[in-house]
Design a protein around this ligand. Structure first.
Ligand code: GRG
Length: 304
């Protein structure tokens, strides 16, 4: 990297602290929404406490901090975006979608609770997310009009013009070769929009001015693209480690990826370019943005 050194030890220390904080907040938020009947809340708990990296809620908290506000005041929205993310994973794993039996080494939600309960678990997590975001208006100092705007931002990112739209493109192009423009649009919608909405929602709740919000949007756009490229690279490396087969030779590679279009080396260069754009977009934020800079580098060097 030309512009910034990845300080992995420092990053891991900061990341772990933030992850632990999010984990505690998720337990508190979950306590607010759990109730009768037990089975659906048990399944929601299973889907939510699943060893995820918690990147999206951390982005909400960082957005709030960069806006000069207290991250503690936006935890309900932070937890909400993680619930939306977990709902998308539960639905994505269903037989009608990716039909996966395992996620992070654990049986998927529908394998444990059955398809019908898994569908409802996703629905319930999505609905709970909007309940929590609305409750963020009760926090002293958070302006109701900013809450409404943050909710609209997250709703658009999760909906048919965002994550669901991306998933529909993905399903419609399965098994077909797609061009770079379609691949990019698909991932921007499927993955990038929720990253963007997360970072912006925290900043919006704490009243960040428009010009600075635009910088965060630029960061998140490039972050999402780099994240997807390195995800494709990790997939290939994982497959090679497990099977020893060459790239593109198995069932999983029916999908067009950055690696299948460009090869690993070029894909990695493209991810690096995106991360440099991320760093550039933070130039007006000074020291306060150091975690986001390191997080961008992590996307490049991560192994999970
Ligand atoms: C079914 C509505 C619906 C949407 C599905 C986001 C999505 C669309 C599906 C998830 C499956 C997937 C592999 C998406 C690509 C984006 C991606 C790499 C998600 C994983 O994000 P991480 O690494 O997840 O932040 P963790 O495991 O850390 O929580």
């Amino acid at each position: 990297m030309k512009r910034i050194a990845f300080n992995e030890n420092l990053f891991q220390q900061m990341f772990k602290e933030k992850q632990s904080y999010v984990e505690r907040c998720l337990h508190d938020s979950f306590a607010r929404i759990k109730g009768y009947p037990p089975i659906i809340h048990e399944a929601m708990h299973y889907a939510l406490f699943n060893g995820g990296k918690r990147i999206r809620p951390i982005l909400v908290l960082e957005g709030a901090r960069l806006a000069g506000g207290k991250p503690e005041d936006v935890v309900l929205t932070a937890c909400a975006v993680e619930m939306i993310h977990c709902y998308s994973l539960v639905h994505d794993d269903l037989p009608a979608m990716d039909n996966d039996d395992f996620r992070r080494g654990k049986p998927t939600c529908h394998k444990v609770y059955g398809d019908a309960v898994a569908i409802l678990t996703g629905d319930a997590l999505l609905t709970a997310a909007f309940e929590l975001m609305a409750c963020n208006a009760e926090v002293p100092g958070i302006m109701p009009q900013n809450v409404a705007r943050a909710i609209a931002e997250v709703a658009e990112a999760a909906g048919s013009r965002g994550m669901i739209g991306g998933q529909v493109i993905d399903l419609g192009t399965e098994g077909k070769k797609i061009d770079y423009a379609t691949l990019k649009t698909m991932h921007r919608l499927k993955t990038g929009e929720l990253f963007k909405a997360s970072l912006k929602a925290g900043a919006i709740l704490q009243g960040m001015p428009e010009d600075k919000l635009q910088c965060l949007e630029d960061y998140a756009y490039n972050f999402g693209l780099a994240f997807q490229i390195t995800d494709d690279i990790l997939d290939v490396k994982g497959d090679q480690n497990i099977t020893g087969k060459p790239i593109g030779s198995d069932e999983k590679n029916r999908r067009t990826t950055y690696v299948s279009l460009f090869g690993i080396e070029k894909a990695w260069d493209m991810a690096e370019e995106r991360i440099e754009e991320c760093i550039d977009s933070l130039r007006d934020f000074g020291e306060e943005a150091e975690f986001l800079r390191q997080l961008a580098c992590f996307v490049l060097y991560r192994n999970y």
